[in-house]
Write a protein that binds this ligand. Structure first.
Ligand code: HEC
Length: 502
């Protein structure tokens, strides 16, 4: 070995010896400066969880920026005056390092993180304000972790309320519109009483959660978790934890749970596993609709050919469509558990945002695609793709309404993120392209109860909710909001309008 070889070898040896020391240093820094708000094991407390799964949407560069300069108007203080750039960079590396062990989050942890603010029955059982209670919207504002309750007749906010950090997975309306259940990325489930305009209960049901579903009888809430690997059943009345179902495949594989949905006509929850090719059906009532006890709910496994990334349940809840990794999608009959068709859908169809409508005596399904600039239209009688509509970029959300001739789709990815596409549902053609706020992402449409107005989000800190006349396609109102993401109309959600997701 020559001299430079020795030098390189020496440097490598020193850095190898130093690495654990540096890591230990960083862990100590974390405990000293961060643990009190973000939890000693990084699971989150006053501040959000700081683990790679939860930091999915935050780039490391942004994390360094946050640690250095803080987040204005929050408890996240700047650390640039106390820590060196190298220490801050090391902390950023540290929080993107996976946890060494699966975090424990059982009944004990849930009970310790459960708060009942207003016990069931303690608040008036009638609305405390005047509005068409059947045309309200919940609008999630991710920008500063709030939601706005919007009057869907007048498009005026009824109130604006703080939520947990990073609400996602779609809040769910329940019990005729009296309650809404929210879920946050970090696993917090919060129950809001719309009639009394107040939060009534909350619980932390997991560390990294995907979405939640509410049973049609209003008795149960089920949460799908990535961390830990489980489904959590909550008593809907006060969110007390009722049961934990470990997500273990038939072969014993521990798995994340991608999503859970309620299937009202079947009185069941349907959940897809992310790391093993299984879909589960968990019944909460028997064939006559009689409720089952929490520990008597049978779990049925459907074995699939591939893992489902994302799925769609048809309006009759007989069929499930799931996109599979590596492209394509399978159509599965829920009763027999059989694979009945394959969909020719390259890329990654975003099936959980697919919609259906009647056309030429059949029912068609339209899905955006996260990886491909096209909207595919499928005949649900034959499961054949009958049209591929090219778009200016991949999309994320598609929506329509029974009373409107158009389907709307965003262009969520790429340079044309500021466009909204309006598609004629019979001609299967883009008839208008809107640009509500040039340069800013426009996304996620939802209709008013009667389908006369379409509400679009300008997904920006300095954003807005833009209301369009769904017939003339003219703007009628613009309400400033902070990064509004999803919006949810009580009537369309509770009646399971086929123009929206559930
Ligand atoms: C006094 C409490 C507190 C302390 C101490 C604290 N944080 Fe935070 N941190 C927060 C809060 C609250 C937020 C959420 C801010 C918001 O609403 O955007 C946050 C947000 C963050 C985020 C952004 C997370 C995301 O998903 O957007 C990062 C990264 C972060 N903190 C890292 C750190 C690190 C590293 C330390 C230690 C050097 C630290 N924090 C110390 C309270 C704290």
């Amino acid at each position: 070995m020559n001299v430079s070889g020795w030098v390189v070898g020496f440097v490598l040896l020193v850095s190898w010896l130093w690495a654990p020391l540096l890591l230990a240093d960083t862990a100590a820094l974390y405990q000293q400066y961060c643990a009190e708000c973000h939890h000693p094991d990084r699971l989150g407390a006053i501040g959000p969880a700081l683990i790679p799964q939860n930091l999915h949407r935050l780039r490391k560069k942004q994390a360094i920026e946050v640690i250095s300069h803080g987040r204005p108007a929050t408890q996240m203080a700047p650390f640039a005056d106390r820590l060196s750039p190298a220490q801050i960079a090391a902390l950023a590396d540290y929080i993107y390092t996976p946890l060494a062990r699966m975090p424990v989050w059982g009944m004990k942890e849930m009970r310790a993180n459960h708060r009942i603010l207003h016990p069931p029955g303690s608040l008036p059982a009638r609305p405390t304000f005047k509005a068409d209670m059947d045309n309200l919207f919940v609008v999630v504002e991710l920008g500063d972790h709030h939601f706005t309750l919007l009057d869907g007749d007048t498009f005026t906010p009824i109130g604006r309320f703080p939520t947990r950090f990073a609400v996602h997975g779609g809040p769910k309306w329940a019990e005729g519109g009296r309650f809404v259940y929210f879920l946050s990325r970090d696993g917090w489930v919060s129950k809001f009483d719309v009639w009394n305009l107040t939060w009534v209960a909350e619980i932390r049901a997991g560390i990294n959660a995907r979405n939640l579903a509410v049973s049609d009888d209003g008795r149960w809430v089920m949460v799908a978790n990535y961390l830990p690997h489980d489904l959590v059943l909550l008593d809907a009345r006060d969110l007390s934890p009722a049961r934990i179902i470990d997500a273990k495949g038939e072969q014993g594989t521990s798995s994340r749970v991608s999503a859970v949905y309620a299937a009202p006509p079947r009185h069941s929850f349907i959940a897809a596993l992310k790391d093993t090719p299984e879909v589960w059906e968990i019944r909460y009532a028997d064939g006559h609709g009689r409720p089952l006890a929490r520990d008597k709910m049978p779990l049925r496994r459907l074995r699939l050919k591939g893992v489902l990334d994302d799925f769609f349940l048809t309006q009759d809840y007989r069929t499930i469509l799931g996109s599979t990794r590596g492209g394509g999608a399978q159509v599965i009959d829920l009763d027999s558990g059989r694979d009945i068709a394959r969909l020719d859908l390259p890329g990654l169809p975003h099936l959980s945002s697919a919609i259906t409508w009647a056309r030429n005596g059949t029912r068609v399904l339209a899905t955006p695609n996260i990886r491909k600039p096209e909207i595919a239209i499928i005949d649900t009688a034959t499961w054949k793709v009958i049209k591929r509509i090219p778009t200016p970029g991949p999309g994320f959300f598609m929506r329509s309404h029974e009373n409107t001739p158009y389907a709307w789709s965003d262009v969520f990815f790429g340079p044309h993120r500021d466009l909204m596409l309006v598609i004629d549902k019979q001609a299967l053609k883009i008839v208008k392209t809107l640009r509500p706020a040039p340069g800013k992402t426009s996304a996620h449409v939802e209709f008013t109860r009667d389908g006369r107005y379409a509400l679009v989000s300008i997904w920006d800190m300095d954003g807005a909710l833009v209301v369009y006349d769904a017939k003339t396609l003219k703007e009628v109102k613009r309400i400033p909001m902070k990064k509004p993401s999803g919006k949810y109309n009580v009537h369309n959600k509770l009646t399971r309008s086929e123009g929206t997701s559930h």
